[in-house]
Design a protein around this ligand. Structure first.
Ligand code: ATP
Ligand code: MG
Length: 870
């Protein structure tokens, strides 16, 4: 059976059991601070399990894109070495939110596997929770009994808390689970060791395929458990593993999910899969990682230097590295796999088709830049090797290469091994641990349980219509972090505060009690559908009624920028073309930032056209036309722009200004005229094919022009109030460059004279022409001079010192024959003499320099140079 059919059969099976089928949520969730990426099917439904929202249908089934590369689930290092863990995989799931429970979940799982997919019962094992004393939890006998209606009792295995008890996090819903495992070994192998001894033992052919979680408890901050009022079902089945079983192969990579990509790698690299284990690992790594990277770029998560983007960058770099080391690929090639990937998976995930070109460009550019890093790293590593005297390379050095230059440590170890050197891994790991401890200490945080003051089903957001309201606190909790100290998080029955979202910052403002005591709201965020207000202090009496007031000025400026963002989006599509897609936005009170797909730098004319387009709409006094609770399909059919990678509900809000219409949850000005004026302040590249515009509106534009005026008048004054300042500046520049040229000529003359003098000053010591002297030239002048003198003598030892801006510089030149015959080394000379000037340096054996902050020591350093000759 083809993988496409397996996916659709799973979904239609549950559709028949009255489940709503929903598309996969994006891999990056915007309102869950605990997760960098969706790592299991349940993550997008957290708000339902936590009771913060109600689904329309309390039975849902889907196939969710999951990425397990960080945090609690991190399979990255296994990927490629085994045949059944991926970074990105699809998790098939069926969900019950307070609806059916264990009985149906177990019966349906069994029916699907054995009757629909016709998996032989004799290759299946199931597990149930054995109980746990510490938590005073009994064994899950209920599940055991339910399973035994279908499965022989000796195939039902008991498992411990690690494998058979699932928890959302340190706090929150949890419960026992049952896993289903398959044993796909040959009869011969099975005769040797019974399958049940291999369950959960990391055997590549005895693997878990499905996990059924029975959520029935809630874990409190103090660790204790209480029963959940509504019990839920959360199941997750690995799609690629299911395909492996149903297609009768022994590895996920032998299913049709992967074989077309593997074939393509074989063509590109001229290597054959299945011949050599090291190459096979590399091929698996590459085929796996290209999927992870392509899907995340399509979801709007580009590789970058921080956070989720950095994780994506690391995955791609891992793939490049395996190609580089084991498949001998020294130029970009991974981007060439995107074509087959999008053909193969584009039906189920259309984003791979629509964004193919962008994905290819971004991957190619990342590959290029990392290959450059590898090249540079190799040069640096060679230098380290040259400077190493024993046969062990210090962990500290390797760590610097890894941390500062991004050069992978396993490549370092490999190259050193090839050169017969040893890497001090212990030292390296110590450095790594030190770094981890530093960052952990900075991010340590503890969160108390919520104190519930008032049960409230939903916290209503009324901030579209008002900036002030009378509110009550329904719950609060304390959060302590090293960085920010104690903070409080408050939830109200209703709130005018806009929570950060859709690129727009969260509102600030204050809470005032009836006695006039005020607590400031420093930020507002949404977590799993609850609006949280952050304060430094807790109000004196939390049970009071409060006036909640949003900082109106900040909100108004932010609204100007948000509306301008919509107009900018429209302008870009008009001026550049409809290939322009929003790739990210940030709307603050001071400025706005908008990232979008486009392949070249915008010309001055294009930028002017975009600005004019937006300003024409501001002058056109377009009123806000807002519609709430529109069915999503209706809004899209009306022409509203939606963003890929954004999670929308069934009903949406549309925002229109003239012919600009977008799905948007943010706040806007009532009429475009309030924006006053729009000004682009910068245009730049974020990644290949992604541009960024930064712009300002309203007061910020006035400030901008004011500042420009000031600088202009100041400059004019400095140019003696020239009538034509540009011309005046130009002639100054010209004069400057002429002077520079003259100085260069003079310096050359000086060096020539100096050379004669210096040659005359050479003294011979032990057959070596020696000179140690302080001279008045800059670093590059000294270098030129030393090399020129070097071309004349074969036995030269020069030490030059110079002083500039209160700093000292030593440069040492040693003729190559002296290096090889007498073992002299300029690097070593400057390192030792560097002590006198309180500094250090290095270089090559025939030329090296050291800088230091103590010019007083120059005389001593020059004096000490002689000792190297004796
Ligand atoms: P394993 O022990 O094999 O790593 P798990 O206990 O981490 O599995 P769950 O968290 O229960 O798995 O996830 C549910 C299902 O998702 C698993 O039964 C498996 O089929 C699949 N799965 C989990 N991790 C991966 C992965 N890295 N790649 C592919 N499929 C996976
Ligand atoms: Mg796992």
């Amino acid at each position: 059976m083809k993988s496409q059919d397996i996916r659709s059969q799973f979904l239609s099976f549950f559709e028949e059991k009255k489940h709503s089928i929903v598309p996969s949520a994006p891999m990056v969730l915007k309102d869950d601070p605990t997760l960098m990426f969706v790592n299991s099917g349940m993550a997008p439904f957290k708000e339902y399990f936590l009771g913060h929202a109600q689904p329309k249908n309390n039975r849902i089934a889907d196939s969710q894109k999951c990425l397990r590369v960080s945090g609690k689930h991190n399979d990255l290092e296994e990927v490629g070495y085994d045949t059944y863990h991926h970074t990105l995989f699809e998790m098939l799931g069926n969900w019950s939110f307070g609806d059916y429970f264990k009985k149906e979940a177990i019966a349906w799982a069994w029916e699907l596997l054995t009757e629909v997919f016709k998996i032989d019962k004799d290759i299946l094992y199931v597990t149930v929770f054995e109980g746990n004393e510490e938590d005073k939890l009994p064994m899950d006998t209920e599940a055991f009994e339910l399973w035994s209606a279908f499965v022989d009792r000796d195939r039902i295995l008991k498992g411990n808390k690690k494998d058979n008890f699932w928890e959302m996090g340190d706090q929150g819903p949890c419960g026992p689970c049952s896993e289903i495992h398959v044993d796909i070994r040959s009869a011969e192998e099975k005769a040797k060791i019974p399958g049940k001894d291999l369950v959960n033992q990391d055997h590549p052919q005895v693997v878990e395929i499905w996990n059924l979680v029975f959520m029935q408890y809630n874990r409190k901050a103090n660790g204790s458990l209480e029963p959940l009022p509504n019990k839920h079902i959360d199941t997750g089945m690995g799609f690629e593993r299911l395909c492996m079983v149903l297609q009768g192969v022994q590895s996920n990579y032998d299913t049709d999910v992967f074989t077309p990509i593997i074939r393509e790698v074989e063509v590109i690299t001229e290597k054959k899969y299945g011949v050599n284990e090291a190459e096979d690992v590399a091929i698996r790594v590459i085929c796996d990682h290209v999927r992870a990277v392509a899907f995340s770029i399509a979801d709007g998560q580009l590789p970058s230097n921080t956070g989720a983007g950095y994780v994506i960058r690391r995955i791609l770099r891992r793939a490049v590295r395996y190609g580089f080391t084991f498949l001998d690929k020294k130029e970009p090639f991974i981007f060439r796999l995107v074509d087959v990937l999008s053909k193969k998976m584009g039906d189920a995930f259309p984003e791979l088709k629509t964004q193919k070109q962008l994905i290819e460009n971004v991957i190619k550019e990342e590959e290029q830049s990392f290959l450059r890093t590898l090249d540079q790293g190799l040069v640096l590593l060679n230098r380290i090797v040259e400077e190493t005297s024993g046969n062990t390379v210090l962990g500290e050095k390797a760590f610097e290469l890894y941390d500062t230059y991004g050069f992978p440590i396993d490549l370092t170890a490999l190259i050193l091994a090839e050169k017969g050197l040893h890497l001090d891994e212990k030292g390296f790991n110590e450095e790594l641990q030190k770094q981890k401890n530093r960052s952990r200490a900075a991010s340590e945080m503890s969160t108390d349980d919520w104190t519930i003051l008032q049960q409230d089903d939903v916290e209503e957001f009324i901030g579209y219509d008002t900036l002030e309201a009378t509110v009550k606190i329904t719950r609060y909790r304390k959060v302590t972090s090293k960085k920010e100290g104690d903070m409080y998080q408050l939830v109200f029955n209703l709130t005018p505060f806009y929570p950060e979202g859709g690129g727009q910052v969260g509102d600030k403002g204050y809470l005032e009690d009836p006695h006039g005591d005020v607590v400031y709201v420093l930020d507002t965020k949404k977590e799993n559908n609850v609006i949280i207000h952050f304060t430094k202090n807790l109000p004196k009496d939390v049970k009071q009624t409060f006036k909640a007031a949003v900082d109106g000025k900040q909100r108004y400026r932010t609204e100007c920028n948000h509306t301008a963002t919509h107009l900018l989006h429209q302008a870009l599509r008009e001026v550049l073309g409809s290939h322009v897609e929003q790739k990210g936005s940030l709307v603050r009170s001071k400025h706005l930032r908008f990232d979008f797909s486009h392949f070249s730098k915008l010309t001055t004319e294009e930028l002017r056209d975009v600005e004019n387009f937006v300003n024409a709409r501001i002058e056109g006094r377009l009123p806000l036309i807002e519609k709430r609770n529109v069915p999503k399909e209706v809004a899209i059919a009306d022409g509203a722009l939606s963003l890929f990678g954004e999670k929308y509900g069934d009903t949406v809000r549309t925002i229109r200004f003239g012919s600009s219409m977008e799905l948007c949850g943010g706040t806007h000005v009532k009429n475009t005229v309030y924006i006053w004026h729009f000004k682009i302040v910068s245009e730049s590249a974020v990644a290949s094919g992604i541009r960024r515009i930064e712009a300002i509106t309203n007061d910020a534009v006035k400030d901008f022009y004011f500042d420009h005026d000031r600088v202009y008048f100041k400059m004019k004054e400095m140019l003696n109030n020239a009538q034509e300042p540009v011309k005046a500046l130009h002639s100054l520049q010209e004069e400057n460059s002429n002077l520079k040229k003259q100085i260069e000529v003079l310096l050359k003359d000086k060096a020539k004279n100096m050379k004669g003098e210096l040659e005359a000053a050479l003294t011979e010591i032990n057959g070596i022409q020696f000179l140690a002297k302080k001279i008045d030239l800059d670093a590059s002048g000294i270098k030129d001079l030393a090399f020129e003198m070097g071309s004349k003598f074969e036995n030269l030892f020069l030490l030059f010192a110079t002083e500039q801006d209160g700093k000292a510089l030593l440069s040492c030149y040693i003729s190559k024959p002296l290096v090889s015959e007498k073992g002299l080394n300029a690097g070593q000379v400057v390192r030792e003499l560097g002590k006198y000037i309180q500094g250090g340096g290095g270089g090559q054996p025939f030329f090296a320099t050291a800088g230091g902050k103590n010019p007083e020591g120059i005389a001593e350093a020059l004096e000490a140079a002689k000792k190297f000759l004796i």
